[in-house]
Design a protein around this ligand. Sequence first.
Ligand SMILES: C[S@@+](CC[C@H](N)C(=O)[O-])C[C@H]1O[C@@H](n2cnc3c(N)ncnc32)[C@H](O)[C@@H]1O
Length: 149
Amino acid sequence: MTLPHAGAAPVSCRGRRPHEGCREATRRAAGLQNVEFVGADSEALPFSDEAFTAVPCSASFHHYPSPRAALAEIHRVLAAGAASHSTTEPPISLVARVADRVLRLVDRGHVRLYRASELRAMLADAGFDVLAVDLLHGGGYAIVTARRL
Ligand SMILES: C[S@@+](CC[C@H](N)C(=O)[O-])C[C@H]1O[C@@H](n2cnc3c(N)ncnc32)[C@H](O)[C@@H]1O
């Protein structure tokens, strides 16, 4: 399986363009020899069309300035019929909605949280078939699985 990570930073490397040394440290700590970390903007992935059989997007979707552009890129680099798994926090509870508002003010990287219905609509518009929206932690966390049509 070829597996890019739409969300730039693996594990402990945060920041849109994590330092090369941080990527190398993460790769070594995980004991991985056959993994390459590529820092890139989710809205301009440096990969050819249909290059991958899966794209995970971990806890990053709500940080993207243009989520629809990122979805278009994920769609472009995925082979037809392949899947994307995104995790995010839908603002279902009042606490989550308040946290979303506060984070927009204090966290420069936080754009906004999306309701499950909004995620479904954006994915459908981008050419995905939404297979599942699994809500965890009382609805505070979502794993969205979609297949590229
Ligand atoms: C909450 S962290 C999640 C990090 C990691 N994916 C994880 O699951 O632990 C959000 C990440 O999204 C990245 N990010 C935000 N906007 C991005 C963009 N337009 N393109 C690529 N990465 C972006 C940030 O640099 C940050 O590393």
